[in-house]
Design a protein around this ligand. Sequence first.
Ligand SMILES: Nc1ncnc2c1ncn2[C@@H]1O[C@H](COP(=O)(O)OP(=O)(O)O)[C@@H](O)[C@H]1O
Ligand SMILES: [Mg+2]
Length: 243
Amino acid sequence: MLKLTDVSKVYAKSGSKAVDGLSLDLKSGEIYGFLGPNGAGKTTTIKMITGIITPTQGKIEVCGVDISRDPEEAKRNIGYVSDSHIVYDKLTGREYVDFMATVYGVDPADKRKREEALVSRFRLADAYDSQISAYSHGMKQKINVIGALIHEPALWILDEPMTGLDPESAHELKTLMREHCDKGNSVFFSTHVLEVAEKLCDRVGIINKGRLIAEGTVEEIRGKTTDGSLESGFLTLTEEEDR
Ligand SMILES: Nc1ncnc2c1ncn2[C@@H]1O[C@H](COP(=O)(O)OP(=O)(O)O)[C@@H](O)[C@H]1O
Ligand SMILES: [Mg+2]
């Protein structure tokens, strides 16, 4: 579903490796949590997967398509929620979702069905025809998610998706993620908040200073610690790496 082979990124400005020789292989049906402290390289990785920035080295395949060969086709399979908010805030929620549906060539009848379901699950109906500029942080996050999923992409790429969401909406999003994967699709999401990963992920990868330092099920990562918590596993691993 998603495969990275020895991917690195050097930003011209800094000259150091923000991502360093990263390889990942995400199967269908999997929720993969990409964990790491701030500055570890999570957003850089996600921007390479979604084609916003180009890797300095390495290969990225989405549903078997090399994104450097056929970026259009690769992007059709991706639903991307970035860590920063949409800039089209003069539009209403409905207009924004219309816009996204048009960009992805979604059939109008499908679009209506999907938006109805998503708007109701995120309880956004009352605000759907208001300007996004008037939305709270959490509401902007929700409309971002709806816009990203309107073309029913197989692979969801979510950068810190729970940030700013109220507990009910965070729960709803996690439920959607699980339902999506149960249909044989995949979710790749980043977080620096460990509790989010603990219950949700089939597999986690821990990134520190651009390098994948551990990967496995939550249980396997827990097994590497003394007290059996993911948090101490995470701390032990990132500290070992820092020494
Ligand atoms: N546009 C950029 N130009 C130069 N350096 C950057 C840029 N974006 C991120 N970085 C650097 O790359 C590293 C990884 O950042 P980032 O991918 O945003 O990490 P994370 O999402 O895990 O917090 C950091 O050291 C950050 O300062
Ligand atoms: Mg980030």
